[in-house]
Ligand binder design. Structure first.
Ligand SMILES: Nc1ncnc2c1ncn2[C@@H]1O[C@H](COP(=O)(O)OP(=O)(O)OP(=O)(O)O)[C@@H](O)[C@H]1O
Ligand SMILES: [Mg+2]
Length: 362
């Protein structure tokens, strides 16, 4: 009788173990979602790449640990090498008409609100910066003609530059930025829907954005002509509606949600801003408008709830000095809340794109 032959680990065994891991957002296993790449097995050594659908994946660490543990439990496996990576996929563009094609731009996230001054630009700038921090290629388009403030929030004052005959975006905090305000200048312009559409078309088609995983668009506030023409022009992956607790109480937020539903623009979720007041002296939170209302409202409106943002002087100060909170104080409560909102938004985009991904059969 010779020595017992070492057991050989097979690809089927490893994939079967990994198939037990279900993506909590996509409700499918990670193998059939095509997330496992470059599987190599040498004796008891197993190596593979775990390719997420967004670098801003909220469960990245849990995924990595689960994959490592699942494979380590396969008989005969001695060493597991998991490499985490991300490839943002493009949402299917089913809608036709006069919509722009924009081939280099994988996903467009619009940030909207039922009325002005609710923190839309703040959320848009921090969302873009947080996605860029996670490693994604991100652009930010300030389409708010009535009061373009994104350049201020991002700390950019220059207009558009030209390079080799094409317009190039400015860059700040890892985000490529263009504002309609760069075209309008300081003059208060009375824009009408078609004019906005025309200017925006120019900014999207004539600007060299390069490749983008996400283009965040700060829409003008409200539910009028401008929003209508923008949503008809841009193939929006989904919209984030920002509201304050008052908008919720007055039904303004639900009116905005309804408008996007009627336009067949998918809703990624909603964000409640200024939900609690954080005292700058003692750090105490006051729930001026009560708590839990936003989450409950999201539920009754059947939209995902992406998170709430406290009323915090640090948010206004960072906006004034041109450095988003997620860059300036990423570990603060506001920074963490905004990062969480960005992760949840990215996960919602992945859910939209997954609906158009065919199953991988291996
Ligand atoms: N959670 C917050 N805490 C403190 N200040 C905030 C908060 N959110 C926004 N702000 C401040 O409120 C003001 C309005 O915010 P912001 O410009 O982001 O709103 P908006 O919805 O884009 O407004 P507009 O409709 O004018 O475009 C800004 O000065 C901003 O810094
Ligand atoms: Mg704004």
């Amino acid at each position: 009788m010779g020595a017992v032959a070492p057991s050989t680990v097979t690809e089927e065994q490893v994939l079967a173990a990994l198939r037990e891991i279900i993506d909590p957002d996509l409700h499918r296993d990670i193998v059939s979602l095509g997330m496992i790449k470059d599987l190599r097995i040498v004796g008891g050594d197993v190596a593979f790449t775990f390719e997420l659908t967004t670098p801003a994946c909220p469960v990245r660490n849990q995924f990595e640990a689960a994959a490592r543990d699942a494979v380590a439990a396969v008989p005969g496996v001695e060493h597991v090498d998991v490499k985490m990576s991300a490839q943002v996929r493009q949402a299917g563009r089913g809608r036709t008409g006069n919509q722009l094609q924009l081939p280099g731009i994988r996903n467009i996230i619009a940030v909207a609100s039922g009325k002005g001054g609710v923190g839309k630009s703040t959320v848009a700038a921090n969302l873009a910066a947080a996605l860029a921090q996670s490693g994604a290629m991100v652009g930010l388009l300030d389409a708010d003609v009535y009061g373009p403030s994104v350049p201020q929030v991002m700390g950019i004052r220059d207009g558009i530059r030209a390079e080799e005959g094409r317009m190039v975006p400015n860059e700040a905090h890892g985000v490529k930025l263009i504002s309609l305000g760069f075209i309008a200048g300081d003059k208060p312009v009375m824009w009408r829907g078609p004019m906005i559409g025309h200017a925006l078309k120019q900014l999207l088609e004539d600007v060299n954005w390069g490749e983008l995983d996400y283009l965040v668009v700060d829409l003008p506030p409200g539910t009028g002509d401008a929003q209508l023409s923008l949503t008809q022009l841009i193939p929006i992956t989904g919209v984030i509606v920002v509201s304050t607790p008052q908008d919720l109480a007055l039904g303004i937020a639900s009116k905005a949600l309804q408008m996007f539903r009627q336009l067949h623009v998918p809703i990624l979720g909603f964000v409640e801003n200024m939900s609690t007041f954080r005292c700058p002296d003692c750090g105490h939170d006051s729930h001026i408008f009560g708590t839990g209302g936003a989450r409950a409202a999201a539920e009754s409106l059947h939209v995902p709830f992406l998170g709430e943002l406290p009323l915090d002087t640090a948010i206004r100060e960072s906006g004034d000095c041109g450095v988003p909170v997620v860059v300036e104080t990423p570990d603060s409560a506001a920074g963490q809340a905004l990062k969480g909102i960005a992760q949840k938004a990215a996960a919602q985009v992945s859910i939209r794109t997954a609906q158009t991904i065919p199953l991988v059969v291996r």
